[in-house]
Design a protein around this ligand. Structure first.
Ligand SMILES: [Fe+2]
Ligand SMILES: [Fe+2]
Length: 261
């Protein structure tokens, strides 16, 4: 006698992965998939608004294989520690988390990479001078642009976001939003995120995906590890801003504007 229908061995959560969802929607629901998406080369931060199937195609991958891969990742994570659901906290909490975690890390890491790169350039100029010069030509503008970007968020955008959140929560009075609406600086920040993402991709190309030469020293290895860590952190940082903080802030501003008090 034929047995009852075959039950899929994919976890229930994997059944919620739908190709028509955006990449951001999938990552917001399953933050534990970020690392796997990075390994697969699927952009979930600057490209997070794309439908998942399109993002998979852009990465040159086959959709069913990717869904199976992510399903396995979810299965492995089911016994692990649950990730924080950043859509369930206030925008003030989320903004503060971004500031103390990602902004602090980015500034520290940029300074560290600058020093490591200088050392490696010095030690390996004869054999890798041209590649390292190209890396320097990409890194210096990235550092300058990111440091200016962080300052604009810290001094202008995030105080406005927290002011609106505080007003709607009754913690403070109605804030004065410079530049008319926070939608304007948000658009600019998203544009700058795209610029940073583009330079990070250039640096991957220059370094052949951070593949160390056979004769690399420990400092060379530390440089590539630091650059990859910067990239991974920026992906999560930009994901939290582009896909959660910024759209929620625009909605909160609209709610504030609709409130006459
Ligand atoms: Fe930021
Ligand atoms: Fe940002």
């Amino acid at each position: 006698m034929k047995t009852a229908e075959t039950k899929s061995n994919r976890p229930d959560a994997a059944d919620s992965l739908r190709p028509e969802q955006t990449v951001a929607e999938i990552v917001i629901r399953h933050p534990c998939l970020r690392e796997r998406l990075e390994q697969l080369g699927i952009d979930y931060c600057c490209g997070g608004k794309r439908p998942f199937a399109e993002a998979v195609e852009r990465a040159g991958l086959e959709l069913n294989a990717v869904l199976e891969n992510l399903g396995q990742a979810l299965l492995q994570k089911q016994t692990g520690t649950p990730s924080i659901d950043w859509t369930a906290v206030s925008l003030t909490v989320l903004a503060d988390h971004i500031l103390v975690t990602h902004h602090v890390f980015t500034k520290t890491q940029l300074a560290r990479i600058d020093a490591l790169l200088a050392k490696v350039q010095n030690a390996h100029r004869s054999r890798y001078g041209s590649m390292l010069d190209s890396l320097r030509s990409a890194f210096d503008p990235l550092r300058a642009e990111l440091e200016a970007h962080l300052m604009k968020e810290e001094e202008i955008l995030f105080p406005a976001i927290k002011g609106i959140d505080g007003f709607l929560s009754g913690r403070n009075g109605r804030p004065f939003v410079h530049c008319g609406s926070i939608a304007h600086p948000i658009r600019q920040m998203e544009h700058e995120h795209d610029g940073a993402g583009s330079i990070l991709a250039d640096m991957r190309g220059i370094t052949d995906n951070y593949r160390l030469p056979d004769d690399a020293c420990q400092t060379f290895a530390a440089l590539y590890e630091a650059l990859e860590a910067l990239e991974a952190d920026l992906h999560q940082h930009i994901h939290l801003e582009n896909n959660i903080l910024f759209p929620a802030s625009v909605s909160q501003e609209q709610r504030m504007d609709a409130n006459p008090v």
